[in-house]
Design a protein around this ligand. Structure first.
Ligand code: GDG
Length: 500
């Protein structure tokens, strides 16, 4: 924990997100016994210790089967179960609300909009009404938890764009509101396609602090405000917006990963055990056969089909590379209730079959799909042994896989191929030390993979060392500290103005 996190003493910290850090599920269909699923990975795992030390409240959609059953009257449980430290307050959503708020407005409206996939957007009045209603319920819950004179509310992501304004409308003018937007923010050209463009900006500008991963999104957001929101004044010098008598600071906070933990996991017995079994099963023990890895939610924004096109081009144009590397696609099914995702996932399956049929031989399977969810240790083992990682997002807020791969590379031997359209690529150390690709340029992408596979050892080491230093310095706790520090500064400034 850094200095800023320590200065949370005395703060009533409220974290508000769609996903909850702990899920309660029945151990089996017949059983009344409840098992608690712990937070894994990234943000939830990173924020959990902060919440435990500040005894705050986390408000989220209660999406576990048993959640409702274990809830007491006011929907709250204290977590973690073995050492209760902070309150988890669940918002219960019925199937229709999940369909319209989550699968609807959030993931068929805002997700494709923010990833500039306009032909995939579906905006409907029904989706919008439910999105508003659910945001209103979050705002009501937050309002009930705001107590004392130092409530800091930290909203997460695109599911909750309206909640900050709704909270203000409930009379919470004193609470300090921050919002982190985990996905890209598009420029006005794209953004204006959204029928609710003004309402969303209005909702977000009720925050005191609005965070994005990189400057590009900050600029895009300010451009949208300037072009589309009457009455708002953009202060470019300070990256702030004055609107409706309120000032919002808009800033970039490039999110990091818990690099130390991932490095440790990559050296664990579990990582080694998983790796050896996997390597034997897929003929990867041979040092002449390299491993190329992709790890994604199976989402069209990640450019997975484009990756298969590039691999096909590579094996087609350079037959000498057949048999010399295996591509492993660790893919997690996601949002399968949405037609576009179902279709995308089917097309991925077809591509895997096509490549394996076209190039496979008796002793070499070119593409190995891996669908099951891996433990963090097993995943770290895979990262550690991958000679090349491919991150080929068409658009991506940050992309943590790129950073996790670097963090797990304790043998300092692998090469990261990274799309110029992933937020991570905006960080100069990444841009300088990865092999940059443009996933839509199939020939170039194929050549970049070939270059990665044959990069001399010394160059690989130099690049990876610089990347590793970077992800260790700018890790997850650095990121949280940066956000808390910014909140602290805003609070001090407003107190100073108040006291004058
Ligand atoms: C959004 C933004 C932004 C995947 N398979 C397994 C597994 N994973 C974990 C990875 C990684 C996470 O899932 C994926 O994170 P990304 O950052 O790549 O992507 P999104 O899910 O789209 O996240 C993105 C992020 O928010 C944070 O702000 O970077 O741009 O789209 O952590 O490790 N984890 C385990 N087993 C798996 O099989 N344990």
């Amino acid at each position: 924990k850094g200095a800023a996190t320590d200065s949370l003493a005395g703060v009533n910290l409220l974290v508000v997100s769609n996903r909850q850090p702990y899920r309660h599920e029945f151990a089996s269909a017949a059983d009344e016994e409840v098992v608690v699923e712990r937070p894994t990975g990234g943000l939830t795992a990173g924020l959990d210790p902060v919440m435990q030390s500040t005894e705050g409240t986390w408000i989220a959609w209660g999406d576990g089967e048993a959640d409702e059953a274990v809830a007491d009257d006011d929907d709250c449980v204290v977590v973690p179960p073995e050492d209760p430290a902070y309150t988890l307050r669940r918002i219960w959503l019925d199937e229709e609300a999940v369909d319209e708020y989550y699968y609807g407005y959030s993931n068929q409206g805002l997700w494709p909009l923010c990833h500039s996939a306009l032909t995939k957007t579906r905006f409907s009045q029904r989706f919008w009404d439910t999105y508003r209603a659910v945001n209103e319920r979050f705002a009501a819950a937050v309002a009930e938890q705001c107590a004392g004179d130092r409530s800091w509310v930290w909203f997460h992501d695109y599911h909750l764009a309206l909640a900050p304004r709704m909270l203000r409308d409930r009379g919470e003018s004193e609470a300090l509101l921050a919002h982190f937007w985990h996905i890209p923010w598009p420029g006005p050209d794209v953004y204006q396609a959204c029928p609710q463009r003004r309402e969303l900006l209005d909702g977000l500008l009720a925050n005191d602090l609005l965070g994005f991963h990189v400057d590009r999104y900050v600029e895009n957001f300010l451009d949208c405000v300037e072009d589309l929101l009457e009455g708002a004044v953009v202060d470019r010098e300070n990256d702030a917006v004055r609107y409706d008598g309120h000032r919002t600071l808009v800033r970039a906070f490039p999110m990091g990963v818990d690099a130390e933990r991932i490095d440790r996991q990559s050296a664990s017995d579990e990582a080694a055990g998983f790796w050896w079994e996997f390597a034997r099963e897929h003929d990867l023990v041979d040092p002449e056969r390299q491993l190329v890895l992709g790890v994604d939610r199976l989402d069209y924004a990640k450019g997975i089909l484009e990756r298969f096109d590039a691999l096909e081009r590579l094996w087609e144009n350079h037959p000498e590379w057949r048999g010399r590397f295996t591509y492993v696609q660790k893919g997690t099914e996601t949002r399968t209730g949405i037609r576009e995702y179902q279709e995308y996932q089917n097309r991925i399956e077809e591509a895997v079959e096509r490549l394996n049929e076209r190039f496979g031989t008796d002793d070499w399977r070119p593409v190995v799909p891996l669908g099951e969810r891996l433990s963090e240790e097993a995943l770290a083992g895979l990262y550690r042994h991958a000679d090349v990682a491919l991150v080929s997002s068409i658009r991506d807020g940050m992309n943590l896989v790129a950073k996790e791969y670097v963090a797990a590379q304790r043998d300092v031997d692998g090469v990261l191929v990274l799309s110029r359209h992933a937020g991570a690529h905006d960080e100069p150390t990444f841009a300088e030390n990865v092999l940059t690709t443009d996933p839509l340029d199939t020939d170039e992408f194929a050549e970049t993979i070939r270059t990665a596979l044959s990069l001399p050892r010394e160059e690989r080491r130099q690049r990876m060392e610089r990347l590793r230093r970077h992800v260790r310095t700018y890790d997850l706790s650095w990121w949280m500290d940066a956000v808390f520090e910014a909140m602290n500064a805003i609070e001090s400034e407003s107190r100073r103005l108040h006291d004058r």
